[in-house]
Design a protein around this ligand. Structure first.
Ligand code: MTE
Ligand code: MO
Length: 258
């Protein structure tokens, strides 16, 4: 029996057979597309990644338009302080490109226009910051799983790392650069999107233009703004402080579940 066939059987037996997807209710349709995507990309996914996909169906609460907060605070960096970013912003990010590399089969770059041609998802969710404030906003963007199905994953990929344009702390070695990471459960979650719009308008610089992460089951500091590059890794031991994120390197939890 070929390895591929074994993997397919594993997927069908454990993912479909267990009925976990059928239980996920309102995003059932969306999940069915997921299944097709997962089956199609089975060649690229590891057994480990597939196992991780099992527990991923709990959705964060979604709200209605009238619930959107009249004001949504800008927190952390309000504008990356670099000539490179200023130039990109000046040209409305027409020259900006999102790089996806690391443990992927097909490294790729996407312009903002490229991302906007892909099927989008909108969601109205509550953002909770550890500092004790919350706000409800509407986010529109591309599901991360759609991009990962285009790049494919190498069998060893375990985490997606988001490299940002801003340095929250100025240091000589660059260790003050903002970054974040999530595992493949969250990377393939239906509400995990790369948002280019907020409340129906292009993302403002304050809120992370041109692209920011929304990973709705986790706290505010996981919602990386100013994304320049997504790197797939098997471990974040070699990245900056080795804890998977700017705040994690300063003592915060890596899994910031709400
Ligand atoms: N690149 C980057 N992303 C970031 C931050 C930051 O300083 N830089 N701050 C984080 C924190 S602590 C929060 S609460 C949210 C704030 O997002 P907002 O400015 O859109 O409210 O972004 C998160 N993502
Ligand atoms: Mo935060």
């Amino acid at each position: 029996m070929s390895q591929l066939f074994t993997r397919r059987r594993f997927l069908i037996g454990s993912t479909l057979g267990a009925g976990t997807l059928a239980l996920s209710g309102c995003d059932l349709l969306d999940q069915n597309t997921d299944v097709a995507t997962v089956l199609r990309s089975a060649e690229q996914l590891t057994m480990k990644a597939q196992r991780l996909l099992q527990g991923r169906d709990a959705l964060a609460r979604e709200f209605a338009e009238p619930d959107i907060s009249p004001s949504f605070r800008v927190n952390g960096t309000s504008a990356p302080d670099s000539d490179e970013y200023a130039e990109l912003a000046e040209r409305k990010f027409a020259n900006w490109k999102l790089k996806i590399d690391g443990l992927v089969e097909r490294p790729r770059e996407f312009s903002l226009a490229d991302l906007k041609t892909l099927p989008a998802r909108s969601q109205i969710t509550r953002h909770d910051c550890v500092e004790g404030w919350s706000a409800i906003g509407k986010w529109t963007g591309v599901p991360l799983k759609s991009l990962l199905s285009l790049t494919g994953l190498k069998p060893t990929a375990r985490y997606a790392v988001f490299h940002c344009a801003d340095e929250l702390e100025k240091t000589l070695d660059g260790s003050g650069r903002y970054y974040e990471s999530i595992d493949l459960i969250d990377a393939f979650h239906p509400q995990t999107i790369l948002a280019y719009a907020m409340n129906g308008r292009d993302l403002s610089v304050g809120h992370g233009a041109p692209l920011r992460l929304r990973v709705e089951r986790q706290l505010g500091y996981k919602q990386a703004k100013y994304i320049m590059r997504i790197e797939l890794v098997d471990s974040f031991a070699g990245l900056w402080g080795g804890n998977g994120g700017y705040w994690e390197d300063r003592g915060y939890e890596w899994y910031a579940g709400i």
